[in-house]
Every structure is written in C-alpha cells, then in structure tokens.
Design a protein around this ligand. Sequence first.
Ligand SMILES: NC(=O)c1ccc[n+]([C@@H]2O[C@H](COP(=O)([O-])OP(=O)(O)OC[C@H]3O[C@@H](n4cnc5c(N)ncnc54)[C@H](O)[C@@H]3O)[C@@H](O)[C@H]2O)c1
Length: 249
Amino acid sequence: MSGELEGRVALVTGAAQGIGLACAELLLERGARTALLDMDPAAVVAAAQRLDPSGERVLAVEADVTDLPAVQAAVDTVCHRFDDVGILVNNAGFPRDAYLSKMAPEDWHRVIDVVLTGTFNCCQAVIESMMGQQWGRIINMSSRSHLGNPGQTNYSAAKAGLIGFTRALALESGAFGITVNAVAPGFVETEGMTRLENYDVLKQRSVDKSPLKRVGQPEEIATTVAFLAGPGAAYITGETVHVTGGRYA
Ligand SMILES: NC(=O)c1ccc[n+]([C@@H]2O[C@H](COP(=O)([O-])OP(=O)(O)OC[C@H]3O[C@@H](n4cnc5c(N)ncnc54)[C@H](O)[C@@H]3O)[C@@H](O)[C@H]2O)c1
C-alpha cells in the first residue's frame, strides 16, 4: 500500500496539529509530496520539519483558509515547488460552542466561515488545475455533529452544510475524474479538544456513549482520508464516511 500516492501532490489544511497533521503524515508515507497549510506559521513550519527534516517532500504554507487571496498564493507556492495539487484535504475547522440564546454572533460567523467559506476557497483555488489533470481527490472534514449537537448550532450547521457541498461538487466534477467525499469523525483526541475547558467531561460522555467505549485517535481518521485519496476509492464520490466508533446519536 505504501507508495500508492507516488507522483501525487497533496495539500492538507489545518495541518499543524491534530487530525490534519496525522492526514499529512500518512499521505506522505503513501508517497504524496505533501503541503501543510495552517494559519499558525511557527507551528506549521515545525510540523513540516518534524515530518521531513530534509524538506524535500514536505512544504509548510501559511494561510487563513477564509482569506481567498492568501489561499490562492499558498496554492501557487505549492504548485511552483512541487506540482499541481491533486489531493486536497479540507480539514481546518473548530467548534465555538454555546447554546443559541448565548451564542455570540461572531462565533456563529467564524465557525461557518472557516468550515464552509474556507472549504469553498481551497476548492476554488485547485479545481481548475484538477480538471486540467483529469484527476483529483477532495476530502472534506465534516463531523458526527452534522447530525445535530446541543450547544453547536453553528458547528452542526457548518458540518451539515459541508456534506451538501460535498455532494454538489461531486456531481459537478465527476466527469473530470475528480472525486469529492466527506469524513465525519466522532470524538477524536487532539490538541484542539484537550484544550477545551470541559474536555474531561466531554471525553467521558463520549466514551460512555460509544459502542467501542473509547474515543478516536487522529491516525484513525487519517487512514480513512488516505483510503479516499487512494486508488481503492476511485469509484466512491459524494459519500460521507462516519468514523465514530459506532456512535451516532
Ligand atoms: N477532534 C475531534 O473530536 C473532531 C471531531 C469531528 C470533526 N473534527 C474536525 O476535524 C478537523 C480538525 O480537528 P482537530 O481536532 O484536529 O483540530 P485542532 O484544533 O487540533 O487543529 C486544527 C488546526 O487548524 C488550524 N486552523 C484553524 N483555523 C484555521 C484557518 N482559518 N485557516 C488555516 N488553519 C486553521 C489550527 O491552527 C490548527 O493547527 C476540524 O475541521 C474539526 O472540526 C474534529
């Protein structure tokens, strides 16, 4: 299986840590030259150096995915350094939880913007070159929360919206050899999660409700992402793969 992405160029957003970093690491391991995009410049450079100290097959690029010109500039840098992007993992995102009555409007906008506008921007920056290549793999990081979670009207709306986006773009781009799929993780132990004030309570609730009685690890999401990017998934598009340890409700 290793080497199956040889010759491909991958771009992973939100890749300085957590699920994004695990995805970048596995795509690299499977042969893709891989660009890590993140809005945290120091962290993304450090992550890239850890993955490939020689810098030959890994590139760090700084951009906020909500900033289209910055995303386009980052994609141009990747193209010049490696080649046209063939695999795009739209992973940047985060929750900003509050019940609706207490939710700050800026937390509504920021979550919608990062998840939906950020994904739109990154797709728009690569789609024409994918159409030119007659090959592309776009993988959007949704969440089990697309089913609806109390305290997450912003996040649930954004992650459900991403599934509609995924299906629409799959229909638009299939004729060009491009597949577009979503991954919907359940609770995954990442830096973003452990930083949450009520992390221990959330984790315990997740373990209790999970048929597998544990939370997930970033590498367990990365394996699905790498599968969707690989030849074994060539006939899968418009799909949402749940990686939740069996937890739905
Ligand atoms: N961890 C979970 O339990 C879980 C569950 C379901 C879905 N997800 C989704 O998976 C993705 C990754 O989650 P994680 O837990 O690894 O997150 P994390 O907070 O550990 O890491 C997210 C990374 O994204 C970067 N980032 C944030 N906003 C950005 C922006 N606007 N532009 C560029 N980079 C940006 C951050 O700097 C950070 O490096 C997110 O989309 C999240 O919603 C996570």
